[in-house]
Every structure is written in C-alpha cells, then in structure tokens.
Design a protein around this ligand. Structure first.
Ligand code: C2O
Ligand code: CU
Length: 554
C-alpha cells in the first residue's frame, strides 16, 4: 500500500469535500477552490493517516447463518501499521491505537445507504473534527478528519452519530475502541500487548434467522408520533411495531444476548499474571453492574479519561452506556484450569414508574418489560476467564499512577449557582430543560465562555409523565469531574443498588444519573470555540431528542 495519497486521490477527496462545502447553508456557492470547509483534506501533514469505511457486511456471530451487519473496514494509508488492530469477533470496527501528540488524518467513507458521521467519543477536538450530527454525510460521501491527539492516555471509542440513527448504526455494528497511550503510560508498568484487552460489552437480540432485531424506524427516532398514529395499540401486538416500538424507543432498547467484542458467551484464555481489561459499555441502553463471580473486589485503574491517580477497589462497577472502566485483573495466584466469571448483578430503580405512566400506562409498560427475557437490571454472566497458561511475569499493581489535578469547586465561575439541566419529558418527547435537540442551535443558557471552569448540575426529576428512568449523560469535547451526587429520599432504594459501583475519582465524559439523582460536575472549556453536543447515551433517548448543544464563545 502506498505511503501517501497521489495527487489524483487528493483531488478526489477535495472534490467530495467541495460538494459538502456547497451543501452547507451559509457557505457561499462561489467559495473558491482554496477555501476549506469542514470535512476536507488540507495541507496538514499527518503522522498517521487512516481510512475507515462503513459498509454492509456479514459477521459470523451465532452458529449457522451469518448475521448481516454494518461494519467499519480500516486501512492504514500512512504511518504505523500496528495502529489498526482487528477487534476479535468481526463485529465492530478495528481498534485504533494512537499516541498522544500524533497528528491524524482519518478519511471516513460512508458506504452505508444512509447518512452517517463518526464521533470520537471522549476526545478533546475542534468542533468540525468531533463528529457532531450536523456534519453527517450522505451515503457515498466522505468526511476527512484532521487533528492532533491531545488527550490523556486512555480508553476512548468511536461510533456513528447521525441524528435519529445513532442507535441503529451502533446496534448494527459500527463501534470500536480508540486507545491513546504515551511514553509516561508505557513506563507505568501496566500490562501491554496481549495482556491489554479491550472488551466491548453490548446486548443484542437475534431473530430465528440469526439476524439482528431492532426497533422499527418509528421507535428508533424516525418520528414517534407517526408510530403512534400508524401502528396504534391494535394489530400485531405491543412489540410488533407502532406503539410498542415507540415506547421501547422512549425507554431504550434491551437485547437479550450479551456480546463481548461481537462474540456471545466468550471464554477468554488467560495466563497466571496481571491483565488490563478495558471495559467499554457499547450497549444501546443497558447498564451493567460488573462483579467477579467469586466475590473478589474489582480493581479499577482508569475511567473514561484515562488513569486514576491511584487504583481504587469496588465491590462492583456500575457501567452505563458510553462509559469505560479499566480493570487490573491479576490471575497470578490462580491455579491452571480455574475459571472466573465477570457477571452483571441485579439492580433496581432504573425505571421508576410514576406520574401518568405509573397509572394509566403501567400495565402496558409492564407487558413490554416482560417482552425482553433480559430486562434492565437483570443478572447475567458477561464473560468467562479460564486460566490456561503459566506465566512468570510478576507485574505488581502500581500504588500510584501520577498526578490527577482535581478541580476545586470554588474555582468554578458559577459555583454558587451551577448551570441547571433538568431531564424532561413533554409531549412524548425527551428533552433537557423542556427542549429537544435542535441541530444548529444552543440556547443562551447553554452558552459558556472559553477558558472558564463551570459547575453544571443534571437533575433526573422523578415527577415527569414517564415516571423516571436512568440516563447516561455524555458531554462532547471534554473530560469533566464529578463533584457530588445527591438522591431524593424516595429513590434511595434503587440508587443504593448501583451507586457503590460509581467510580467518580477520575476524568469522565459520561455519567449515570439514576431516577431522583442529581449530579454536579466541574467542566473547563479550553482551546476550542464552537457548538458541541451533550446528550443521553442511552441511544434511543438521544435519538428521540434527549440531546442538546452547548456553545463555547471566545
Ligand atoms: Cu458516544 Cu455523542 O456520543
Ligand atoms: Cu436517557
């Protein structure tokens, strides 16, 4: 493969970019060839140049017939070939491994028959590089990303983000890891190579033909009222589309089969030594309460934005959609042939029925919950580890990983009155402070200043007509710190069944907010002005409007 593009290919990319430029509202139709719009290659000289092509494909997930999926095919066009690694299992895209400070150019080629765009989840990037839904490109088009990796070493990920279709496209297979390292991290004596295991946890449902089952378009964000009118409560039954899918769309989709890197019920063969297990919850709506089957506490070394200051222990780790946790798992004391299972434990309270839903619609919702054999909060095994090899490598868990600067609450310009974000449901539509997603807009109270530290508080108010559901709030463009959490007394039961598994000591970009909970966080807006999304990472919630923009002003 060539090390760089020929001039001809450059022109081809440039012209795809120009078409995009012309299609943008507010951009002059007479823009000269030299004017750069978002998504075009420039004279930027990358250290690493990749192509990621989204297309249809087949994956051998279950026994028998292959499953039709969406897949990312990756190619290294320039730079280290080891930057792309296949995700075992063939479902999901390649793992991208980069180093801090590297300059990247990534050509996203959209070969699926619907619009798409890639978001680099957790990275700190200029707005045009972030993969916001407003940059989605049509089928057959490209988008060129160029950026420098400025992020702390850690477990990030990437996935599509076209509005209303994010849930469907991730569900069909478009998601994988984006791992950042640097010299300091490599010197930290952490497990590396085959002992550093990225594990993407997802729940899926399959029909009898081994094909993935998801919501109808109406349920997945393509117009909920349409679904209600069209399907109604008659006909094929609650889950056959229409009303059932509309409700499932509002609540989130729960598959009944757990996949780890695209494989059902995997058993990982390990050696008697320490591993780094990078867990990513890539599920659409499911939260995991992860625990070792023999009661060993979990040792967490990193969260969304990289290493903690030092390892922490938890009886279990609560991982909401979009979140990551890196575990230190040491099998050196275990005997050959022994097995250990990472389980998800039962929990409650993620769907606290109340208000109108608790009353007149309670029965219907109950019926729907029963339709997944693995409802939210159910217990199940996630994967099994079998100790099969002796190893003499005796890595010790480091006591310290280096410094992690904690923001102080008083440093926030609004620490006395945090910016308030209430998750709301009105007219059968999710929103934040009563507003649903608007592609190009941020309101005045969603506008912040560059180089300020702010306190934000998200409230999951239990009094809405849907009752209350858990949400997994993700903020684009930065890593934040959780300052404090509180829960309304009547919701303490559910909260107590998951909150000991929160890991708030480190950098976060996604945070679980249980019914009745409020989470206060500290965020600093640096380097980049522009429009960035924040939304629920329970993908059906985001796709049906639980998403807004915030604007960073100079
Ligand atoms: Cu991982 Cu806006 O998403
Ligand atoms: Cu949500």
């Amino acid at each position: 493969m060539k090390a760089s593009f020929s001039r001809r290919e450059f022109l081809r990319f440039a012209s795809a970019g120009s078409a995009l430029l012309l299609a943008r509202p507010g951009v002059s139709q007479h823009a000269s060839q030299d004017e750069r719009g978002p998504g075009q290659a420039t004279s930027f000289n990358p250290d690493l140049e990749l192509e990621l092509r989204a297309s249809r494909g087949d994956a051998p997930i279950l026994k028998g017939e292959a499953t039709r999926v969406f897949t990312f095919q990756g190619r290294v066009l320039k730079g280290d070939r080891a930057s792309l690694q296949p995700l075992a299992g063939g479902y999901g895209g390649p793992i991208i491994r980069v180093r801090r400070g590297q300059r990247l150019r990534i050509h996203f080629v959209n070969d699926v028959d619907q619009e798409s765009i890639i978001h680099w989840h957790g990275l700190h990037l200029p707005e045009a590089m972030d993969g916001h839904p407003r940059y989605a490109v049509a089928a057959g088009k490209r988008y060129v990303y160029e950026f420098e990796v400025k992020d702390r070493p850690g477990t990030y990920w990437y996935h599509p983000h076209p509005h209303g279709r994010t849930g469907r496209q991730i569900y069909l297979g478009l998601a994988s890891f984006f791992l950042v390292s640097d010299d300091a991290e490599q010197a930290a004596l952490l497990p590396q190579g085959e002992y550093d295991l990225p594990l993407m946890l997802q729940d899926r449902s399959f029909g009898r033909d081994n094909q993935l089952v998801y919501l109808s378009d109406e349920g997945a964000g393509g117009g909920m009222m349409g679904g209600m009118m069209g399907g109604g409560m008659t006909g094929r039954g609650m889950m056959g589309g229409g009303m059932g899918d509309m409700m499932a769309g509002m609540m989130g989709f729960f598959g009944d089969q757990i996949l780890v890197n695209g494989r059902p019920n995997p058993t990982l063969s390990v050696a008697t030594r320490a591993y780094r297990l990078r867990l990513l919850n890539g599920s659409n709506a499911r939260t995991y309460k992860l625990a070792w089957s023999d009661g060993t506490p979990l040792t967490v070394i990193a969260t969304d934005g990289g290493l903690l200051a030092k390892p922490v222990q938890r009886p279990y780790v609560t991982l909401a959609p979009g979140e990551r946790a890196d575990l230190w798992a040491d099998f050196s004391d275990r005997s050959l042939g022994s097995e250990l299972v990472l389980r998800s434990l039962a929990f409650e309270g993620t769907m606290a029925m109340g208000g109108m839903m608790g009353g007149m619609m309670g029965g219907m919702m109950g019926g729907m919950m029963g339709s997944s054999s693995l409802p939210d909060g159910a217990a199940f095994p996630v994967f099994k580890l079998r100790v099969e090899r002796k190893s003499r490598d005796a890595l010790q868990l480091p006591k310290q990983f280096g410094s992690l600067t904690r923001y102080r609450a008083e440093e926030a310009i609004n620490h006395r009155s945090p910016r308030a974000f209430e998750i709301t449901m009105g007219h059968m539509r999710w929103g934040i402070n009563g507003r649903s997603f608007e592609m190009e807009r941020a309101a005045e109270d969603e506008t912040v200043r560059l180089n300020t530290l702010e306190a934000w508080e998200f409230t999951n108010d239990p009094s809405g007509m849907m009752g209350a559901m858990a949400h997994s709030m993700h903020i684009h463009g930065l890593q934040f710190q959780v300052l404090e959490r509180r829960v309304a007394r009547e919701f303490a039961g559910g909260w107590n069944s998951v909150s000991p598994g929160y890991v708030d000591e480190g950098w976060k970009d996604t945070v679980l907010i249980m019914p009745g909970e409020r989470v206060r966080m500290l965020l600093k807006f640096t380097d980049y002005t522009g429009l960035f999304a924040y939304h629920c990472h329970m993908l059906e919630h985001g796709d049906t409007g639980l998403m807004r923009n915030y604007r960073v002003r100079a």
